[in-house]
Structure formats: C-alpha cells, structure tokens
Design a protein around this ligand. Structure first.
Ligand code: F6R
Length: 368
C-alpha cells in the first residue's frame, strides 16, 4: 500500500552515499560480501582435525544463541532428508537428558563468551559427549584449546549475525567428513554463485524501482512484519528474517510457519481488522513447499485482506543450501534498507549487550 511518504523514502534508498552515512559499521559491505564469506568458510572447513571417535554417534546437538544459534536450525533443515540420526538445536543453558557419550555436540558461539553456550560446553564435557567448538575466540576458544577439544576457529571482527557463513558451513562439511551426511560442498558452491548473482540485483546500487529488497523494506516500513515460512527451509529463513529485522532495523517482527499457523494464528486474522491493518505479511515460498501447504497459503491469503499488504518472496536455486541462502540474503538486505528508513545504524545492538554485561556483573558479584 502506498503512503504519502513513499516517494521520499524511495529516494533515500537510492541515495547510496546517504545509506553509507547511516551505516558507519559497514554492514552493507559485510552483507554484500556474503558469497565471498561462504567461499572462505568452505576453505577453512577442512582445517580442523577430527578424532575418529566423533563418527557413528547416535544423535547430534548444535548449541548456540542468536546469530550463532540459528546454525542449529540451518543444519537440522539442511540434513533432514539425509541423516538417520536426530539433529537438535539447543538455545539455552541446559542440554536435554538424552545427551551422553553417544552424542555429538557442536558448541557454537561467535564471540566465544556467551554464557549459555559456555554452560552447555561444560555439561557436554561432563557427560562425555563428542564435542566440537565453532568460535572466533573468547573463553570458548580458550577452554577448547586447554581441554584438547577440536575447534573451528573462524575469522574475528564481524558482528556475530554477519558471520553466518563461517558458523554453519564448517558444521555441514564436518558432518559430511564424519559420514553423517553426503558431502555438501557442491551444494555450497551453488549457493556461492547464486548469492553473488543475487547481490547485483538487490545491493544498494540497484534502484528501488527494480530492487526486490528495497521494495520489501518500503512495504514493511511503519508496519509490524509477520514473516511466514513453512515446515522446512523457509521456516529457518523466516526466523532469520525476523531476527535480522529485530537486530538490524531495531524493529518488532514476528514469524510463524504453515501448516501450524492454520491451527491457531489464523483465528486472529479472522476477527481483528484494525490490528490487521498494522501488519505486513511476508510469505517465504519454496518450490518444494508441500502441495497441501501451497493450497493452505492461497486460502490463508483470503483471510488477510485487511493487512497493510502481503508480499511473497520465492527462493532461487536448485539445492536446499542455495534456496535457503537466497531467501536469507534477500532478508538480510531488506533488514538493512529498513534500518535506513528508520534512521537506525544497523550495527550496534545495545539491548543485547546490556543483558550480557548486566548478567556478567551479577555473576561476578556472586548473585548467582
Ligand atoms: C549479534 C547477534 C547476537 C549474538 C548472540 C550470541 O550480532 O547476532 O544474536 O549472536 O548474542 O552471541 P555469540 O554469537 O557471540 O555467541
């Protein structure tokens, strides 16, 4: 839906110098560099020596929070048709009771200082689980080195959410090396090419009139986005869109998945036209969406006539990796353009730092 502000906002998104001024942390360049980061991640994925006892275990846990934690969701979805062992993402302080010496645990923390992940690392060690760390440094790297735990050391200096390529690629490659999945390198190679091609049509130089990510940001601006995926890769993409809008655009955003949302969330759409007008729906679509889900999406649109708008974003590419990363890449750019529309610097995340510091202080003072 057009607003009277739109021509002015569109001009802003075509003013590359102004966007760079609003981005002193250089996040545009980091997102632009995603394809190159994937390429480098693939190169460093083979550097970690793996003891033979990490193969043939019964279940896999990938533990981390936020920008590191989504790695677990990505790996779970990427490997779901291939691996016969369950893959569980853990995003908290505790490990489930099933974790024991027959579990392979990946402790993933970009900074290496996230207290929940450090706690999981200790519990995994105490239970004798197979352990691999993925980090750029901090206490996790220190602990892994002193405990002789295999560790993938990824390049430092990124905001964790911009280090996605470095965090999930090594895990995917390691699972292939250990025989839990097929080798996924070709699929990652497709994603590298595809995200590079995609960048040229959605980066700041591409005008708003033809730039899908800029158009999406303009559509979402001033509304609360609800990002809907469906079971499978679009569910992970929906989570990433939501968290990138939260952290980069400093805005509320929510996500859900088909068919589950047809069993609860749909009811709100049937009864609250005024609230619906404050919402913008983004439907993330994939060629492998279940046929019944495709039908459900069409019927659900009939309930959303009062929404400020409904946008659809289709994945590109053949492999799951390429399709998922294409959706993530479009979402990452969209979140940056939305940040500029809200005049927010995408890089700082004061609220997250506040929690980390405040809890660390309380730990030091022995309140826990
Ligand atoms: C920051 C970000 C956060 C962090 C999270 C956990 O860019 O995305 O969600 O990822 O606070 O920190 P790390 O990744 O260092 O374990």
């Amino acid at each position: 839906m057009m607003t009277h502000l739109e021509p002015e906002l569109e001009l802003l998104l075509d003013d590359v110098d102004e966007m760079r001024r609003r981005d002193p942390g250089g996040m545009l360049n980091l997102v632009r560099g995603f394809s190159g980061q994937l390429q480098e991640a693939l190169r460093i994925s083979d550097n970690t020596e793996l003891p033979p006892n990490l193969g043939g275990l019964r279940n896999i846990v990938i533990a981390g929070l936020g920008g590191s934690g989504i790695t677990g969701d990505i790996i779970r979805e990427q490997t779901s048709d291939e691996t016969s062992v369950p893959v569980v993402a853990v995003k908290g302080y505790d490990l489930p009771a099933f974790v024991n010496s027959k579990t392979l645990v990946f402790a993933v923390s970009y900074s290496g200082n996230t207290e929940e992940t450090l706690g999981v690392y200790e519990t995994a060690r105490a239970r004798g689980a197979g352990l691999v760390c993925v980090t750029s440094g901090g206490q996790l790297l220190e602990a892994a080195r002193s405990d002789d735990v295999p560790v993938v050391v990824v390049p430092g200096g990124f905001p964790p959410r911009c280090a996605l390529a470095y965090l999930f690629t090594p895990i995917l490659v390691i699972l292939g090396r250990l025989g839990y999945t097929e080798d996924r390198r070709e699929a990652i190679a497709e994603a590298i090419q595809l995200t590079e091609d995609l960048t040229t049509v959605i980066d700041p130089e591409a005008p708003a009139s033809v730039n899908q990510a800029k158009r999406l940001a303009l559509a979402i601006y001033g509304k609360v986005p609800l990002i809907y995926g469906s079971t499978g890769i679009t569910s992970v993409a929906a989570l990433r869109w939501k968290t990138q809008i939260n952290e980069n655009s400093k805005a509320h955003a929510f996500w859900n998945v088909f068919p589950e949302l047809n069993h609860n969330e749909i009811v709100g759409w049937s009864a609250q036209p005024d609230i619906s007008r404050a919402l913008h729906v983004v439907l993330l679509r994939d060629k492998e969406d279940h046929l019944k889900v495709q039908r459900r999406i069409e019927i659900t649109k009939e309930f959303m006539t009062e929404a400020s708008g409904v946008s659809e974003v289709f994945s590109h590419g053949k492999t799951k990796e390429a399709r998922l990363l294409s959706l993530i890449h479009i979402g990452d750019f969209t979140s940056l353009y939305l940040a500029f529309l809200y005049d927010q610097d995408p890089t700082p995340i004061w609220a997250i730092e506040y929690f980390k510091e405040r809890l660390a202080d309380e730990n030091e003072r022995g309140s826990w």
